[in-house]
Design a protein around this ligand. Structure first.
Ligand code: 5GP
Length: 212
Protein backbone atom coordinates (compact mmCIF):
# COMPACT_ATOMS: atom_id res chain seq x y z
CA UNK A 1 0.00 0.00 0.00
CA UNK A 2 1.11 3.55 -0.57
CA UNK A 3 2.60 5.09 2.54
CA UNK A 4 0.55 8.27 2.49
CA UNK A 5 -2.80 8.02 4.26
CA UNK A 6 -6.21 8.90 2.91
CA UNK A 7 -7.88 12.19 3.65
CA UNK A 8 -11.40 11.18 4.64
CA UNK A 9 -14.43 13.27 5.37
CA UNK A 10 -17.20 12.09 7.64
CA UNK A 11 -20.30 14.26 7.40
CA UNK A 12 -23.82 13.66 8.54
CA UNK A 13 -26.83 15.41 9.95
CA UNK A 14 -26.29 16.99 13.33
CA UNK A 15 -27.30 14.19 15.74
CA UNK A 16 -26.38 11.36 13.37
CA UNK A 17 -23.88 10.07 15.92
CA UNK A 18 -20.73 10.93 13.94
CA UNK A 19 -18.74 11.85 17.04
CA UNK A 20 -19.37 8.53 18.80
CA UNK A 21 -18.72 6.66 15.59
CA UNK A 22 -15.38 8.38 15.02
CA UNK A 23 -14.34 7.64 18.61
CA UNK A 24 -15.16 3.96 18.05
CA UNK A 25 -13.11 3.94 14.84
CA UNK A 26 -10.11 5.46 16.66
CA UNK A 27 -10.49 3.01 19.54
CA UNK A 28 -10.54 -0.04 17.26
CA UNK A 29 -7.90 0.75 14.68
CA UNK A 30 -4.60 2.59 14.97
CA UNK A 31 -4.29 3.84 11.39
CA UNK A 32 -6.64 6.80 11.87
CA UNK A 33 -6.01 10.31 13.13
CA UNK A 34 -8.76 12.79 13.92
CA UNK A 35 -8.32 16.41 12.96
CA UNK A 36 -9.49 18.82 15.68
CA UNK A 37 -11.31 21.78 14.14
CA UNK A 38 -11.24 25.42 15.05
CA UNK A 39 -14.59 27.08 15.78
CA UNK A 40 -16.14 30.31 16.98
CA UNK A 41 -19.02 28.37 18.58
CA UNK A 42 -19.15 28.48 22.39
CA UNK A 43 -18.08 25.24 24.11
CA UNK A 44 -20.89 22.92 25.22
CA UNK A 45 -20.73 21.67 28.78
CA UNK A 46 -18.02 19.03 29.02
CA UNK A 47 -16.26 20.01 25.79
CA UNK A 48 -12.52 20.46 26.11
CA UNK A 49 -10.20 22.91 24.40
CA UNK A 50 -7.91 21.11 21.94
CA UNK A 51 -9.84 17.85 22.27
CA UNK A 52 -13.30 18.65 20.91
CA UNK A 53 -12.37 21.90 19.21
CA UNK A 54 -9.95 24.79 19.34
CA UNK A 55 -12.38 27.46 20.53
CA UNK A 56 -11.62 30.95 19.33
CA UNK A 57 -13.16 34.30 18.37
CA UNK A 58 -14.06 35.62 14.92
CA UNK A 59 -11.03 37.94 14.69
CA UNK A 60 -8.54 35.12 15.31
CA UNK A 61 -10.46 32.78 12.98
CA UNK A 62 -10.40 35.34 10.17
CA UNK A 63 -6.72 35.96 10.77
CA UNK A 64 -6.07 32.21 10.43
CA UNK A 65 -7.99 32.19 7.12
CA UNK A 66 -5.87 35.11 5.90
CA UNK A 67 -2.66 33.24 6.81
CA UNK A 68 -3.86 30.19 4.83
CA UNK A 69 -3.78 28.17 8.03
CA UNK A 70 -6.96 26.24 7.22
CA UNK A 71 -7.47 23.45 4.67
CA UNK A 72 -11.15 24.46 4.48
CA UNK A 73 -13.67 26.41 6.50
CA UNK A 74 -17.40 27.10 6.47
CA UNK A 75 -20.11 28.94 8.35
CA UNK A 76 -22.68 26.73 10.03
CA UNK A 77 -25.67 28.04 11.99
CA UNK A 78 -23.97 31.41 12.54
CA UNK A 79 -20.49 30.18 13.51
CA UNK A 80 -17.22 29.56 11.74
CA UNK A 81 -15.74 26.05 11.63
CA UNK A 82 -12.43 25.16 9.96
CA UNK A 83 -9.74 22.49 9.61
CA UNK A 84 -6.20 23.50 10.67
CA UNK A 85 -3.74 22.69 7.90
CA UNK A 86 -0.55 21.63 9.72
CA UNK A 87 -1.92 18.57 11.54
CA UNK A 88 -3.62 17.20 8.43
CA UNK A 89 -0.46 17.41 6.32
CA UNK A 90 1.73 15.95 9.06
CA UNK A 91 -0.53 12.95 9.73
CA UNK A 92 -1.08 12.13 6.04
CA UNK A 93 2.69 12.08 5.53
CA UNK A 94 3.00 9.79 8.55
CA UNK A 95 0.67 7.33 6.79
CA UNK A 96 -2.44 7.92 8.88
CA UNK A 97 -5.92 8.15 7.41
CA UNK A 98 -6.97 11.58 8.55
CA UNK A 99 -10.60 12.01 9.54
CA UNK A 100 -12.30 15.36 9.05
CA UNK A 101 -15.64 15.39 10.81
CA UNK A 102 -17.08 18.34 8.91
CA UNK A 103 -20.29 19.58 7.33
CA UNK A 104 -21.20 19.56 3.67
CA UNK A 105 -19.82 22.88 2.37
CA UNK A 106 -16.43 21.95 3.82
CA UNK A 107 -16.69 18.43 2.39
CA UNK A 108 -17.25 19.84 -1.10
CA UNK A 109 -14.24 22.12 -0.75
CA UNK A 110 -12.12 19.15 0.30
CA UNK A 111 -13.26 17.19 -2.74
CA UNK A 112 -12.34 20.13 -4.98
CA UNK A 113 -8.88 20.60 -3.45
CA UNK A 114 -8.12 16.90 -2.88
CA UNK A 115 -9.81 14.77 -5.56
CA UNK A 116 -8.35 11.65 -3.91
CA UNK A 117 -10.19 12.26 -0.66
CA UNK A 118 -12.93 9.87 0.46
CA UNK A 119 -16.31 11.37 1.34
CA UNK A 120 -18.59 9.43 3.70
CA UNK A 121 -22.05 10.51 4.81
CA UNK A 122 -23.50 9.12 8.03
CA UNK A 123 -27.23 9.08 8.61
CA UNK A 124 -29.33 7.81 11.50
CA UNK A 125 -31.83 5.04 10.69
CA UNK A 126 -34.79 7.48 10.69
CA UNK A 127 -35.75 11.13 11.15
CA UNK A 128 -37.58 10.21 14.37
CA UNK A 129 -34.31 8.79 15.70
CA UNK A 130 -32.47 11.93 14.60
CA UNK A 131 -34.88 14.15 16.53
CA UNK A 132 -34.67 11.86 19.54
CA UNK A 133 -30.87 12.06 19.57
CA UNK A 134 -30.85 15.85 19.19
CA UNK A 135 -33.37 16.31 22.00
CA UNK A 136 -31.68 13.65 24.13
CA UNK A 137 -28.41 15.59 24.17
CA UNK A 138 -30.17 18.05 26.48
CA UNK A 139 -27.55 20.70 25.70
CA UNK A 140 -29.46 22.72 23.14
CA UNK A 141 -32.74 24.60 23.27
CA UNK A 142 -35.68 23.78 20.94
CA UNK A 143 -34.90 26.71 18.67
CA UNK A 144 -31.34 25.46 18.04
CA UNK A 145 -32.67 21.92 17.46
CA UNK A 146 -35.21 23.25 14.95
CA UNK A 147 -32.42 25.14 13.15
CA UNK A 148 -30.29 22.00 13.01
CA UNK A 149 -33.18 19.93 11.63
CA UNK A 150 -33.84 22.59 8.99
CA UNK A 151 -30.17 22.45 8.09
CA UNK A 152 -30.41 18.65 7.86
CA UNK A 153 -33.26 19.01 5.35
CA UNK A 154 -31.07 21.33 3.25
CA UNK A 155 -28.10 18.96 3.53
CA UNK A 156 -30.21 16.01 2.40
CA UNK A 157 -30.11 17.67 -1.06
CA UNK A 158 -26.35 17.24 -1.28
CA UNK A 159 -25.81 13.65 -0.17
CA UNK A 160 -25.23 12.41 -3.74
CA UNK A 161 -21.90 14.26 -3.80
CA UNK A 162 -20.50 11.74 -1.30
CA UNK A 163 -18.82 8.44 -2.18
CA UNK A 164 -20.72 6.33 0.35
CA UNK A 165 -23.63 6.63 2.73
CA UNK A 166 -23.47 4.74 6.02
CA UNK A 167 -26.55 4.11 8.18
CA UNK A 168 -25.62 4.46 11.83
CA UNK A 169 -27.88 1.89 13.43
CA UNK A 170 -25.34 -0.16 15.38
CA UNK A 171 -22.11 1.48 16.46
CA UNK A 172 -19.70 -1.48 16.16
CA UNK A 173 -21.10 -2.61 12.81
CA UNK A 174 -20.97 0.91 11.48
CA UNK A 175 -17.33 1.46 12.53
CA UNK A 176 -16.38 -1.82 10.85
CA UNK A 177 -18.26 -0.80 7.72
CA UNK A 178 -16.36 2.49 7.52
CA UNK A 179 -13.04 0.70 8.03
CA UNK A 180 -13.94 -1.67 5.19
CA UNK A 181 -14.83 1.22 2.89
CA UNK A 182 -11.52 2.95 3.65
CA UNK A 183 -9.65 -0.29 3.00
CA UNK A 184 -11.41 -0.66 -0.35
CA UNK A 185 -10.77 2.99 -1.20
CA UNK A 186 -7.04 2.53 -0.61
CA UNK A 187 -7.07 -0.05 -3.40
CA UNK A 188 -8.67 2.27 -5.98
CA UNK A 189 -6.27 3.12 -8.85
CA UNK A 190 -6.59 6.83 -8.11
CA UNK A 191 -4.90 6.14 -4.75
CA UNK A 192 -2.34 3.60 -6.05
CA UNK A 193 -0.49 5.90 -8.41
CA UNK A 194 2.99 4.82 -7.22
CA UNK A 195 2.20 1.14 -7.76
CA UNK A 196 0.73 1.79 -11.20
CA UNK A 197 3.69 3.84 -12.41
CA UNK A 198 6.11 1.23 -11.05
CA UNK A 199 4.32 -1.59 -12.91
CA UNK A 200 4.13 0.53 -16.05
CA UNK A 201 7.82 1.37 -15.93
CA UNK A 202 8.80 -2.27 -15.42
CA UNK A 203 6.55 -3.40 -18.28
CA UNK A 204 8.02 -0.86 -20.69
CA UNK A 205 11.55 -1.89 -19.65
CA UNK A 206 10.66 -5.52 -20.25
CA UNK A 207 9.09 -4.80 -23.66
CA UNK A 208 12.15 -2.78 -24.69
CA UNK A 209 14.44 -5.65 -23.60
CA UNK A 210 12.50 -8.15 -25.70
CA UNK A 211 12.57 -5.85 -28.75
CA UNK A 212 16.35 -5.32 -28.59
P1 5GP B 1 -21.26 21.13 16.20
O1 5GP B 1 -21.57 22.56 16.53
O2 5GP B 1 -22.47 20.24 16.35
O3 5GP B 1 -20.05 20.61 16.94
O4 5GP B 1 -20.87 21.08 14.65
C1 5GP B 1 -21.72 21.61 13.69
C2 5GP B 1 -21.31 21.11 12.32
O5 5GP B 1 -20.03 21.65 11.95
C3 5GP B 1 -21.17 19.59 12.25
O6 5GP B 1 -21.81 19.13 11.07
C4 5GP B 1 -19.68 19.38 12.19
O7 5GP B 1 -19.36 18.18 11.50
C5 5GP B 1 -19.25 20.60 11.41
N1 5GP B 1 -17.83 20.91 11.57
C6 5GP B 1 -17.03 20.68 12.65
N2 5GP B 1 -15.79 21.08 12.39
C7 5GP B 1 -15.77 21.55 11.11
C8 5GP B 1 -14.75 22.08 10.26
O8 5GP B 1 -13.57 22.18 10.60
N3 5GP B 1 -15.14 22.47 9.02
C9 5GP B 1 -16.41 22.37 8.57
N4 5GP B 1 -16.65 22.75 7.32
N5 5GP B 1 -17.39 21.86 9.35
C10 5GP B 1 -17.08 21.46 10.60
Amino acid sequence: MEKKGILMVISGFSGAGKGTLVKELLRRYDEYALSVSMTTRAPRPGEQEGVDYFFTDRAHFEDTIARDGLVEYAQYCGNYYGTPRAYVEEQLQAGKNVILEIEMQGALKIREKFPESLLLFVTPPSVAELERRLTGRGTEDPEVIARRLARAAEESEGVEAYDYIVVNDRLEKCAEEIHMLVDAARRAPVRRKELISQIREELYCFVKGVQN
